[in-house]
Design a protein around this ligand. Sequence first.
Ligand SMILES: [Zn+2]
Length: 277
Amino acid sequence: MSLVTLGEVLAAARREGRGVGAFNVIQVEHAEALVAAAEETGLPVVLQISENAVRYHGALAPIALATKAVAVASFATCVLHLDHAEDEELVDEAVALGFTSVMFDGSRLDDATNRETTRAVVGRCHDAGVSVEAELGEIGGKDGVHAPGVRTDPSDAAAFAAETGVDALAVAVGSSHAMTSRTATLDLELVARIRDLVSVPLVLHGSSGVPDDTLVSAVRAGMTKVNIATHLNAAFTRAVRDHLEANPSVVDTRRYLGAGRSAVQAEAARLLRLLAG
Ligand SMILES: [Zn+2]
C-alpha cells in the first residue's frame, strides 16, 4: 500500500476518538517490526525518523528509503514522518525523499520566529502534499532540558494552529522526553480544554514515561497522536541483552537483532490496540 499523510490518518482517528501510535525508527529492524505490528493489528502506524537518528546515521536517505520500502511493500496503512526537525533543509530533503509528514520543531526559536518559520514550512509542505506537525513551547527532556512545569496555554495553541495552518500540534501537558520509568502524570483537564479550542489533532510527545491507563485517559480527553520511542527501545534492548546472556557464544547479528525486532513488534502491536481503544 502506498504511504498516507498524517493529516488523513489523524482526522479519521480524531473523528472516531481513537489514538494513533507514532513510533521511532532507528535501525531497519524497527521499521520491519512496526510495519508488522500494523499488519497484525489492522491499525495505522506512524513511522518516525528523528533528526537525532539522522545525526546517528550521518544521513537521512539510507534509513528513510529503507523504511519507505518496508512500508510500501506492506498492506498496512503507514505514515512516513520526520520527527523533531529543527533544520529546514532537512524538512525539504524529507519532502523530496517521499515523506508524507514532517514535524517542524521551532520550539527553541522565539515565539514570533517560530510562527513565521512554521507558516513558511507549512506552505512548502502543503504544496507537496505533505502534512506538518509543529510544537508550541518546549516539551521537556530533549538534550537534558527537563521542564515538567511547562504547560501549553489553550488559547495560545488555538491561535498558533490557526495562524500557521499546521495539521497537528504537539502540546505540553506534563510528559517529558526519554523517561525510562512510566511514572509521568498528565494534566488531563488541560488536554480537554486544549482539545475544545484547537481545531487540529493534538500530539503527545514523551509518552514512554506515561503508564497505560493514563495513555488511554489522554486519548479519551482528546489526544490523537501518541509518540513512543524510549519505551520501545527498552523492549528492543532487553530482548537483545537476554538473548546474548542466554547465548554467550552467538556471533550471527541476526540472532539477537531478530530477538529485538520480535520484542518491538509485540509491544508495538499491544500499544496500537491500547491507543485505538
Ligand atoms: Zn518528541
